[in-house]
Design a protein around this ligand. Structure first.
Ligand code: ATP
Ligand code: MG
Ligand code: MG
Ligand code: MG
Length: 473
């Protein structure tokens, strides 16, 4: 079936609505009452209050399309076909209501019924936990060919204590032509890391309680949570080789092409990756800012800073001059508007925040990049193939390159970075800043304004403030 992104998102929610679920809007990307989590990274992360019993939902069957950010996938973006930092997770949840006997057949029905996605059954595979014969049997009964069910030891979700259980994941066979590895490679099976079998949906069957004494007992109220990658399924529906050639990304990519001196998406690998990174990162930062995050030097803010600077670095590689990422905000806003009005609603604010952050970086980006290339050349010739901590720190301190940017570029070139050395430089700088502040205080100055400026100065923590920043005016 050829569906656009809004139609597909709506179809998923409609399916579960027809099966008695209440449709909840996406929660904020910023966790509301979970200090342990930097970003909402899945649908279930927003449902904790229902699953732990602290809030009783009006309906024990819930469905949603949840905005998610995964920073652990930053380096996958543009390299794999299937990862972004920002993506939408479609999910259905049973809070002590139905269990696998319904969750699995519904998944199968949604994927294969002509009324719904109508995917070819012979392209679908799943993995189950080897001891979870119940799931195996329910899958077979639903219609999954038994030889398409792969037993996988990893399919058990357990954080050490509390609710846990097996999961069962659904894969789509993109065909041998999409394979990264040979047919007889052990990685060539659903659950492996290759591009042939695309993981599309994870069904978590939370049925046990892991007790402090190590025993597993049955939970009185078993729960279901599932997560389906919207962009991944869309890539199948739209015959796209990766998530990026879908209607969620192409307009962003085309708008980016317009800003380059004639670079085209899909011509060579390097440029194509840069286009993908920019398209992903602008979505992530637009939505994160819409939800109240702000570039800074720690926590969420640091992630934003890193994403914006990384996007600009890739823009530079495509020959784009000056701040540009902010110009893509309305493109993102328009694509997502039907389900997520927040980016369009706050468009000019988001643009300003991104532009401001870009301008801080842009003034030194070109020279920084030249120096980085020199450092890489130098390290390639060095016996230990390593960029020194001092050099990495200079990239950070003088040119505003977050450590990770230098690290990733080094890694791409097959090099290492002396992280210990970098940390030592950072520590020394903080110490210098602390001393300077101490000296100032000891001067007994009463100038409140000056003290305030200094207290607020992020430079103290080693943040790059532009080429003309001074510690004290
Ligand atoms: P993968 O193994 O491909 O990294 P995962 O096992 O980490 O995926 P889950 O935690 O099971 O993913 O999340 C549920 C679903 O969300 C996945 O089956 C996939 O469809 C989607 N998904 C997960 N991570 C991403 C991502 N970075 N970008 C896009 N979709 C994702
Ligand atoms: Mg993953
Ligand atoms: Mg996986
Ligand atoms: Mg998974």
């Amino acid at each position: 079936k050829k569906l656009n992104s809004s139609e597909f998102r709506q179809m998923f929610l409609d399916f579960f609505k027809e099966h008695g679920h209440m449709v909840l809007p996406s929660a904020s990307l910023i966790p509301q009452d979970d200090p342990t989590l930097l970003w909402i990274n899945s649908g279930v992360a927003t449902m904790k209050k229902y699953f732990d019993g602290s809030v009783v939902p009006k309906n024990h069957r819930i469905t949603s399309s949840q905005k998610s950010i995964r920073t652990n996938d930053i380096e996958n973006v543009g390299k794999t076909a299937r990862h972004q930092t920002f993506f939408e997770m479609l999910g259905n949840f049973s809070v002590g209501d139905y269990f696998r006997d319904q969750a699995i057949p519904w998944a199968w029905e949604f994927l294969t019924s002509p009324k719904w996605l109508d995917l070819p059954k012979d392209k679908l595979y799943c993995t189950v936990y080897p001891k979870d014969t119940d799931s195996f049997n329910v899958w077979v009964k639903a219609g999954m060919p038994a030889d398409h069910i792969v037993k996988l030891e990893d399919n058990f979700w357990d954080i050490g204590e509390g609710p846990c259980g097996p999961d069962t994941e659904i894969f789509y066979d993109r065909g041998q032509e999409n394979n990264d590895v040979a047919e007889d490679d052990p990685e060539n099976f659903p659950g492996g890391e290759n591009a042939r079998y695309l993981e599309i949906w994870n069904i978590v069957l939370s049925q046990f309680n892991h007790l402090p004494n190590g025993k597993y007992v049955d939970q009185p109220h078993k729960n279901i949570d599932t997560g389906m990658g919207l962009e991944r399924v869309l890539s199948i529906l739209q015959d796209a080789p990766t998530n990026f050639e879908t209607d969620l990304f192409l307009p962003i990519i085309h708008a980016t092409e317009e800003m380059t001196p004639g670079k085209k998406y899909g011509v060579n690998k390097e440029d194509t990756t840069a286009f993908k990174i920019i398209a992903d990162h602008v979505r992530a930062v637009s939505f994160a800012i819409a939800d109240g995050a702000f570039p800074s030097n720690s926590g969420r803010g640091y992630v934003l800073r890193r994403l914006i600077r990384r996007a600009d670095l890739n823009g530079q590689r495509l020959g784009i001059k000056g701040a540009f990422l902010y110009k893509l905000v309305p493109v993102v806003g328009k694509i997502m508007q039907s389900h997520y009005p927040e980016v369009m609603d706050q468009r000019s604010f988001i643009e300003k925040v991104i532009k401001n952050e870009e301008e801080r970086f842009q003034s030194t980006l070109a020279t920084g990049l030249t120096l980085l290339d020199d450092l890489i050349d130098k390290a390639k010739k060095s016996p230990d193939k390593t960029i020194s901590g001092k050099d990495a720190f200079k990239m950070f301190d003088t040119y505003g390159f977050p450590y990770e940017l230098t690290f990733e570029s080094a890694q791409d070139a097959g090099l290492k970075v002396d992280k210990k050395g970098f940390d030592a430089e950072m520590k020394a700088q903080k110490e210098r800043a602390r001393k300077a502040r101490g000296d100032l205080q000891s001067m007994g100055r009463q100038d409140v304004t000056l003290m305030n400026i200094r207290d607020k100065s992020e430079f103290e923590y080693g943040v790059y403030e532009g080429p003309h920043a001074k510690l004290v005016d």
